[in-house]
Design a protein around this ligand. Sequence first.
Ligand SMILES: *Cc1c(COP(=O)(O)O)cnc(C)c1O
Length: 462
Amino acid sequence: MKYISTRGEAPELNFEEVLLTGLARDGGLYVPKSWPVLSKDTIKAMRGQSYQQVAFIVLSPYVCPEIPEDDLKELINKAYSSFRHDAIVPLAQLDGNEWILELFHGPTLAFKDVALQLLGHLFGYVLGKRSEKITIVGATSGDTGSAAIDCVQGRNFAEIFMLHPKGRVSDVQRRQMTTVIEKNVHNIAIEGDFDDCQAMVKALFNDLEFRDKINLSAVNSINWARVMAQIVYYFTSAVALGAPDRKVSFSVPTGNFGDVYAGYIAKQMGLPIDQLIVATNTNDILSRTLSNGEYKVGETIPTISPSMDIQVSSNFERLLFNIYDAKGAEVRALMENLKQSGQFNITDDRLDIAKQTFNAMRVSEDETKKTIADVFNRGGQVIDPHTAVGVNAARKNWNDKSVPMISLSTAHPAKFPEAVKEMTGVHPELPSHMANLFEREEKFDVLPNDLDVLKKYILEHL
Ligand SMILES: *Cc1c(COP(=O)(O)O)cnc(C)c1O
């Protein structure tokens, strides 16, 4: 498979190059040149297969034969051996046709593990083959950080610098990152919000000289391999509920648009998805954009679902590329407007294309809390605030109750114990491998929101 940039001016790359490159050199994001389509029979044949087997069927068109098939199988098996549930991502029933897909059984208790555990093994494989080493610089609103650190900690192929907004991630989230005391792990609290952190990472990528000097790579969902790995669970869950003979709908708690974009790809690959619901918290730039076409960056507001406290949704650029018929120049013009004036407008005809697939909705803090309480009172399930945003939006947007609705459950409730305790009276316990998290030593540095200071810090610590 060949990959091209959404802005049309960077070289075409193969899979291994895309994996290591992160952001394209023209500032765009890499996307596959075409979508591999799976036949109805191929999707049917996924019934009864393991997660790992389905992952191979879905991912191999993107990766093989560049990486030999048997090697990919082995990488997939290694990646998912770190999960605590045999199904990897089990479905749980809330009500008649209403389901949640538990994506939080990986080592750091959030759905980010599903992609990052695989990414770590892909990095190790490709870098080992090339005898190269990378520097990973990432920004996290909470969950990417720990999942990325977990997949490379103590491995000799990477140094990782992880930026989080100071005081804006939960205590559990921060400690999951800062208690990893390994020489190749560098945690940095930035005096700013998540968008500031993300902007600094992008600026490092756009400084081509610095980027080449440190062999910079990305673990954020600007990295194609992250989005790719997330396509798999749309297939496993839909097939478990009757696809491809039956349609299925999804509701996705959304921040950077990576997860729900993976659902969009699953649909392009032939999965019969009826609705894809983009559920946002009070930081509702995407629900506004998908309703009126105006992408306008506002202030980031802290919420009880902090992993979605985002204004600039990187992966939305990939969707723009698709709805603008793969015209890089048009995407470039929109992104230029965003840079100049903090906004751009999608024309009505293009917006209509997006609306054929996506419904979007903003869920308030109050509604989120009520949903946690309601799910607990009805069926006894304890869900986290991110999941609750998705469940609430699912219930309000569900067009056809005969179509199963799957809300993605993106985090374990123990990552956000305060909100969960308040609404259910239950204090969600951390799994045993993390039980002593609050007794462990923490290590991180605080830096101002200043690119030059960050660059100096990285060079000093390499
Ligand atoms: C990252 C994250 C999200 C948002 O996912 P995107 O791919 O950024 O849209 C939602 N919930 C949780 C718990 C997360 O960690």
